[in-house]
Design a protein around this ligand. Sequence first.
Ligand code: HEM
Length: 482
Amino acid sequence: MAISLYLLLTLVSIIFLKLFKHSNSQLPPSPPALPIIGNLHQLGELPHQSLWRLSKKYGPVIFMKLGTVPMIVVSTPDTARQALRVFDLNCCSRPSLAGIPLTNYSFHFYCLWKHNRWVSSGSRKLSYNYKDIAFSPFDDYWKEVRKLSVQELFNIKRVHSIQPIKYEEMRKLMTSFAESASKKSPVNLSEKLLSLTASVVCRASFGVSFQDTVLDSERFNELVPEALEILGSFSASDFYPYVGWILDRFTGLHKRRERSAQDLDAFCEQMIDLHLKKNKEDENEDFVDLLMKLEKEEVVLGQAKFTRNNIKALLINILLAGIDTSAITMTWAMAELSRNPRLMKKVQSEIREKYGDKELISLEETEELEYMKMASRVNVWAIGRDPDAWKDPEEFIPERFMDNNIDVKGQNFELLPFGSGRRICPAVYMGSKMVEFGLANLLNRFDWELPEGMECEDMKMEEAPGLTIYKKHDLLLVPVKR
Ligand code: HEM
C-alpha cells in the first residue's frame, strides 16, 4: 500500500515537474527534486546510506526537500564542524513538526536563516509534545532539564556510584553464558546485551529492575526497538503537514505509533506507581523520586509548571536514548571482532595480560585497556567512510586511533559517535563506560566462536532501519570458557 501511494505521488510529480521547475542559486547543490514529493524518492530503506551516496555525487553540503520540508545534509568533518561548532547556535534546535536524526548529520530548516536538527512526528507523541531533552527545541526548558539530568544522572560520580548494579547484572549474564558454554550452544548476543543495558539503565535511573515491570522479557525486546524504528521512520505527516496523516493511516504507521506510545505510557505509569508506594524511610532517592518532587512542588521549568507528562517524557527519553545505544555499540564491536579473529586475539591478549585472573574487571580497570577502547569506537556513517579523513575507511582497523589524540567527546569532527556542540549526548561518559565495561568482561572470561558450520565470510553485517542502527540479523556466538 505504501509503495503504491508513493508511486502515485511520483507519477503526479513527474507530470507537474516542468510546470513548477525553478532554481535558487543561493542554495547548496541539490539532487533533482520532483514537485510534491521533493527528494523523497531518492531515499531508500536506510536513509543515512542513501544520503551518503547522494553526497558523493553532489558534494559535502546538499540541499534537499522531503515533501514540503527543506533539509541540509552535511557529510564531511569540515562541514560538520561548520554546523556543530561555527553555527551551532543556529543549528541546535529541533523542528516542531517531525523527522529523523540521520547519521550524515542532517539539518532541517524552516527558513533560510534558521537551521534545526531533524526529528520525527513519532517524537512528538513519544515526548509528550517535546517535553523531553532529545526532542525539545533549544529553549529555557531544554537548558534546565538538560542541566538537571547532567547534575543528577549523567555525571561521573553517579556513573561510579552505580558500579554495584553493573557488577550484579554482569555476574548474572556471565552465569547464563557459562551455562550455554557447557552445552556448547550459541547465545543471542544482540538480545543479551540489550537486556544487560536495560537492566543497568532501569535500575540506575529508575531504581527498579525492568524484570519487575510491564517491560518484562519478550515484550521489552520488542518495545524499545519498535519505538526506535517508529522514531526513525519516514512519516508522511512530517512532509505534508496538513494531509500527511491520511497517508500514515493507510500505511499503518499511525496505528503503530499510537500502540507504541500507549505501551511506553503504561511503563511510565507503573514506574511512577512503584515510587508512590515506596517506603518513605527508603533514603535512596533516585531520578524518578527527584522528578516527582518537582511535580509535587509545582516547580516551574522554562515557562511552565513541571507536570506528570514532563516526568514521563524524560523517563521515555532515558529508556530510548540510554539502552540500545550502548548495547548496539557492543554488538557491532563483537561482530567485527568475531569476523576478524586476529584482532579478537589481540584485544583478548591485552585484557588477559592485565586482568586474566579477575572474576570481574572494574570500571576503573577498563581505563588501562587502550586497544580494547580503540576497537569499540563507532562513528557517524558518512564521516566514518570519508577517504579524506580516514585511510581504508571500510576496514575494521582499531590501530587507526593509535598515536593520534582523536577522542569521542565532540572536539574531533572526524569521529562523532556522540555528536558535538550544544546537543552533544549528555551521557558520553556513562555510555562509553558501559560499552568498555561490557566488552572487557565478555572478552576476558570467554572465547567466542561462530556457530557450527559458519565461517567468518558468512557473517551477515546488514543494518536495520531506525533511529539507532541495529544489526539486522541477531549476533549468535558460542561462548567457550577458558
Ligand atoms: C554508546 C552509547 C551512546 C551513544 C553512541 C549515544 C549517542 C548520542 C547521539 C549521537 C546523540 C545526538 C546528538 C545530536 O543531536 O547531535 C545523543 C543524544 C542524547 N543521548 Fe546519547 N548516546 C549514548 C548513550 C546514552 C545514554 C546511556 C543515555 C542516557 C542514559 C543517553 C541520553 C541521551 C540524551 C538525553 C540525548 C539528547 C541530548 C539533547 O538533545 O540535548 N545517551 N546520544
